[in-house]
Design a protein around this ligand. Structure first.
Ligand code: PLP
Length: 526
């Protein structure tokens, strides 16, 4: 049983109070592989990846689901093999990520390429390898991809990343679907009245008028919105004399007309224009990260279904796939909320089914890109404790519960913001435990800090640790499997720690530790 639910499934505490991973003590791992150390429970990665794939398939039981592991969370050849063997595709965004996945033997048809500024070389490699999707991020990209595909004599499978206008995820830097940021193409025209999309919350049942709506278009000059006229292939069959559409259908038509005038639909048309070399796979929406429930996903999904409906109404093309991106949350500290996957995916599936039924559209393939959910709880960073410094505080200091604090113990470890930038970048919360012994039952309020030249070099802002914590102890910080190693840096010329895979079978190095020789090798001028 895990140390607590936020720790890897293969972790435990033995009779001596030491933390173990599949029976190996934290101390023995540090002795064998060095400190600091990223430990990944690869059995747990396999279990979680399989769980997400199965949960998605179960929830969306009336359609096909695709799940891509967001490689930005943690990438190595071994991780690529584990997640693809578990049924996932892999989402990449740089040449480095693409090359690692390909080197692992993952075929292009199981790879996705994202990026707001893809290089020609990246696009070329994705087309040559037959990537499952290249996700278009800006209006000029379809022409660029088309030209490269033509030159290579191949057809590229592309999707459009759409900013739905739904905000989600804690920190501004991880919310990605509002307009004023760098990703994607907006669903709605500038200044559009987004409240017209509220009609999506009232759609309950398909009406003949709704399902057969077509949007006509008059000649326009570029940049002007078209004069559109709602048309129907059939009238209400229930009342042949009825010439008017219902209030609900009229509101839906208004929403569709607004979407039809938006930048996203224009780019879909542009992709479609290049259909000799571009296969339009669908639309993509990523709304943010560490999201606890399905509410915002439901809102974004409904908007994607409306865009799909509108494209059908204007161009008679049914987009085969809607990718809802990543962002499924995990708990970083004990007691914190995390997404209940089965419950929330079931809610999402039900909303998607309802909206498509009401729109008279067939279910698309639904895709997901969970990074953090798949790997964050499978990872623990182990550090060696160095300086332990109690700092006396003035009367105004408080802990996070609001209690007055007179002393805080600064526990310095041999890593820091170079191996986990998330607390400094996003203010993320973590917890920590002594891993090499039980420690005294008396605890002290501690702040775990790194060894870098920044006072913001904090790993755990506030945690109660045994009062007898001392130099040489092993400190374990759980839930570091995602965005630890992949966001690591050489700040202060720190050496990026090794990643060690621990499973029932063995413990081995997955990504080797950097050495001072690496630093000197990169430094080539004399
Ligand atoms: C397009 C896209 N997909 C998936 C992810 C993965 O997000 P998470 O690790 O929160 O699931 C991200 C994260 O930035 C992303 O930008």
């Amino acid at each position: 049983m895990a140390v607590t639910p936020i720790w890897p499934a293969g972790s435990n505490v033995n009779e001596q109070g030491e933390i173990t991973f599949h029976g190996r003590t934290a101390e023995s791992l540090l002795n064998e592989f060095g400190s600091p150390l990223y430990v990944i429970d690869t059995d747990d990665v396999r279990v979680r990846a399989t769980k997400f794939v199965k949960s998605a398939a179960n929830a969306f039981n009336n359609t096909v689901t695709h799940v891509s592991f967001a490689g930005k969370a943690l990438l190595s050849k071994e991780i690529c093999r584990i997640v693809t063997e578990s049924g996932m595709l892999i989402d990449t965004c740089t040449m480095g990520e693409m090359r690692i996945a390909l080197a692992a033997g993952v075929p292009g048809r199981r790879l996705v390429l994202h990026g707001n500024n893809k290089s020609d070389a990246e696009i070329e490699l994705a087309i040559t390898e037959g990537f499952a999707k290249i996700v278009v991020d800006e209006p000029n990209e379809p022409a660029r991809i088309a030209e490269i595909a033509k030159r290579l004599g191949k057809r590229a499978r592309v999707m459009l990343r759409v900013t739905s206008g739904i905000h989600a995820g804690g920190h501004e830097f991880v919310s990605t679907a509002h307009e004023d940021q760098k990703f994607g193409v907006a669903l709605l025209p500038v200044g559009a009245d987004a409240s017209k999309l509220n009609v999506l919350d009232d759609l309950t049942d398909v009406t003949p008028a709704g399902s057969n709506a077509r949007l006509g278009e008059s000649e326009t000059t570029p940049g002007e919105s078209a004069e559109r006229q709602l048309q129907y292939d059939i009238k209400y069959p229930y009342d042949m004399s009825h010439e008017k559409v219902s209030e609900g259908d009229r509101k839906l038509a208004e929403a569709m007309t607004m979407v039809a005038d938006g930048p996203a639909l224009a780019v879909l048309k542009e992709i479609y224009r290049h259909q000799d070399v571009l296969e339009l796979v669908g639309v993509h929406s990523h709304i943010g990260s560490n999201i606890h429930d399905a509410d915002a996903f439901i809102q974004a999904a409904k908007r994607m279904m409306l865009l799909r409906k509108t494209f059908y109404a204007t161009d008679a093309y049914t987009l085969p796939e809607v990718d809802l991106g990543g962002g499924y949350s995990v708990a970083y500290t004990d007691g914190e909320d995390s997404m209940d996957l089965d419950t929330e995916l079931a809610r999402l599936a039900s909303a998607v089914t309802t909206v498509n039924r009401a729109l008279g559209m067939p279910a698309p393939v639904i895709s997901f890109e969970p990074g953090r959910w798949t790997v964050a709880p499978t990872g623990v960073t182990l550090y060696r404790v160095g300086t332990v410094k109690p700092v006396q505080l003035a009367g105004t200091a408080k802990d996070k519960a609001g209690n007055p604090v007179t002393e805080r113990v600064y526990v310095s470890v041999d890593g820091g913001m170079s191996d986990n930038i998330r607390p400094a970048l996003y203010g993320s919360d973590y917890t920590a435990k002594i891993a090499n012994r039980e420690g005294s039952s008396e605890t002290k309020l501690c702040r775990v800090v790194g060894m870098h030249c920044e006072s913001g070099d904090i790993i755990v802002n506030e945690v109660r640790l045994p009062a007898d914590i001392q130099r040489g102890d092993v400190l374990a910080v759980p839930v570091t499997g995602a965005y630890g190693r992949t966001m690591a840096s050489n700040y202060n010329q720190a050496l990026i720690p090794a990643v060690v895979a621990v499973s029932e079978q063995d413990a081995h190095v997955m990504i080797r530790r950097q050495t001072v020789e690496d630093l000197l090798d990169w430094d080539v001028s004399e």
